[in-house]
Design a protein around this ligand. Structure first.
Ligand SMILES: Nc1ncnc2c1ncn2[C@@H]1O[C@H](COP(=O)(O)OP(=O)(O)O)[C@@H](O)[C@H]1O
Ligand SMILES: [Mg+2]
Length: 230
């Protein structure tokens, strides 16, 4: 399947809330067909960084972002910090953030995945195919195929975490931002999700936050460590 190989260049990125600086002058490159892992202590700004990449964070009050985040795609480069409001939906179609804590809609398992697909005008057969494929990808299909139309909130924490990953995959993003994607999974499932990510990187740019050192060693091509100023 065709996909857009997106490279992201972060240049002197500084984030502050009010007078408090969270991080300052971050500069690094994020490459397509690879997994970049972000590591560092709690509160250092890892989640905030991912949310800057799809511009979810621009909506927050008292917040200041400086620097550049250049997104290179098909010979074109844009600074995502300079995008207009009306350009954000197309950014967020390419660059998808998967939250650490499942942010499910109060809908069925099926509709949680179908929701974004319908908004994109995707037809019913294609939606059904994508739902089955993405639920299989995250090893959830066999657990839910008999009850796709029950409320998603009856699922366990680990099932919900796989469901929000499936929801993202069904959208076929070019850049996948993962915030602790295996935090509520047991070891066996975590290893399966790691293998999934390694196979997905052939057609995506992946940035993930993980505090599991062994996991980072196993899956990351590049590790970017965020440190407290010394
Ligand atoms: N909306 C907000 N307003 C003020 N401070 C915030 C807001 N969101 C996050 N922060 C602060 O920014 C810092 C970085 O948070 P976060 O990005 O969640 O860190 P991490 O993911 O590395 O644990 C924390 O000190 C957090 O309290
Ligand atoms: Mg976080």
């Amino acid at each position: 399947m065709e996909f857009d190989a997106i490279k992201i260049e972060v240049e002197n990125l500084t984030l502050s809330y009010g007078k408090r600086v969270v991080f300052e002058n971050l500069s690094f490159d994020i490459f397509p067909r690879s997994i970049t892992a972000l590591v560092g202590p709690s509160g250092i700004g890892k989640s905030s960084f991912l949310k800057i990449l799809n511009q979810m964070i621009r909506e927050e009050e008292g917040l200041h972002v400086e620097g550049k985040v250049l997104l290179h795609n098909k010979g074109l480069s844009v600074d995502i910090l300079k995008l207009k409001e009306c350009e954000l939906p197309s950014l967020r179609k390419k660059v998808l953030y998967v939250a650490q804590h499942p942010d499910l809609l109060p809908l069925s398992i099926y509709d949680n995945v179908a929701f974004g697909l319908r908004l994109q005008g995707i037809g019913k057969n294609d939606i059904n195919n994508r739902i089955e494929m993405s639920l299989r990808d995250v090893f959830l299909w066999d657990e839910v195929k008999e009850r796709l139309h029950v409320k998603a909130d009856i699922l366990s924490g680990g099932q919900q975490q796989r469901l929000i990953l499936a929801r993202a995959l069904a959208m076929r993003p070019d850049v996948l931002l993962l915030d602790e994607p295996t935090a509520s999974l047991n070891e066996e499932l975590s290893l399966k999700i790691e293998d999934l990510l390694i196979s997905l990187k052939q057609k995506m740019t992946i940035v993930m936050i993980s505090h599991f050192k062994e996991q980072v060693k196993r899956v990351a091509d590049v590790i970017f460590e965020m440190r407290l100023p010394s």
